[in-house]
Design a protein around this ligand. Structure first.
Ligand code: GRF
Length: 200
């Protein structure tokens, strides 16, 4: 079973969905650590309730992104983390962390990328009068929501769609899609390995 760290900055409803999927057996992973850059975030309460260790930091207390990412890497190694799962982490990942976890950092974004990258993707879709929006899960690279896409699911906007109603639709997609895709990514190697074992 792979050790993962979840990075989050806010309420952590996706963090909770992943915790619940692990508990129910739908996701074979061990959530070894929460990394959070907002000391007041509700996700920290969720981690405490689930008995998951948290590394909480304040970026301003470091000289640079490189310095706090080195500290994060130290924490990730301490907890034997193999994959990094971004779930509402409101910072770009820098080269220090990207190099250490190349092709093992994933993110979820509330739009059909490449449409509406960056902040407030739900508001952007409403303001643009979009007919469709949805959810994207992608590998993380140095850009803002630009890495290779792993999965997308779309939803249609009603004529009277509001931010709130679209957010509800998107969240209900996210909470199913993220655990399901993580299960695929995290167990893929194991399936291949098992097949190897069978062939040999
Ligand atoms: C989600 O909509 C996710 O797609 C985006 O940030 C939001 C986090 O929400 N990256 P939550 O904290 O998981 O409730």
């Amino acid at each position: 079973m792979k050790n993962i760290a979840i990075f989050a900055s806010g309420s952590g409803s996706n963090f909770q969905a992943i915790v619940d999927a692990v508990r129910s057996g739908d996701l074979a992973a061990n959530i070894a650590l929460l990394v959070c850059d907002q000391p007041g975030a509700f996700v920290i309460e969720r981690a405490r309730a689930a008995n998951i260790p948290a590394f909480v930091f304040t970026a301003k207390e470091y000289w640079s992104k490189q310095e706090f990412e080195q500290e994060i890497i130290f924490q990730l190694r301490k907890h034997h983390v193999e994959w990094v799962v971004l779930a509402g982490y409101m910072r770009l990942i820098g080269p220090t962390l990207l190099q250490q976890y190349e092709s093992r950092i994933v993110n979820i974004h509330p739009s059909l990328l490449p449409e509406f990258p960056g902040k407030d993707a739900i508001g952007q879709a409403i303001d643009a009068g979009a007919k469709w929006s949805g959810v994207t899960i992608h590998y993380v690279d140095e850009g803002m929501d630009t890495g290779p896409i792993i999965a997308q699911e779309r939803t249609q906007l009603a004529a009277d769609e509001t931010r709130e109603s679209l957010q509800r639709k998107i969240q209900s997609i996210e909470h199913k899609l993220y655990p399901a895709i993580l299960q695929m990514l995290l167990t893929r190697g194991e399936v291949e390995q098992n097949e190897q074992t069978c062939i040999n």
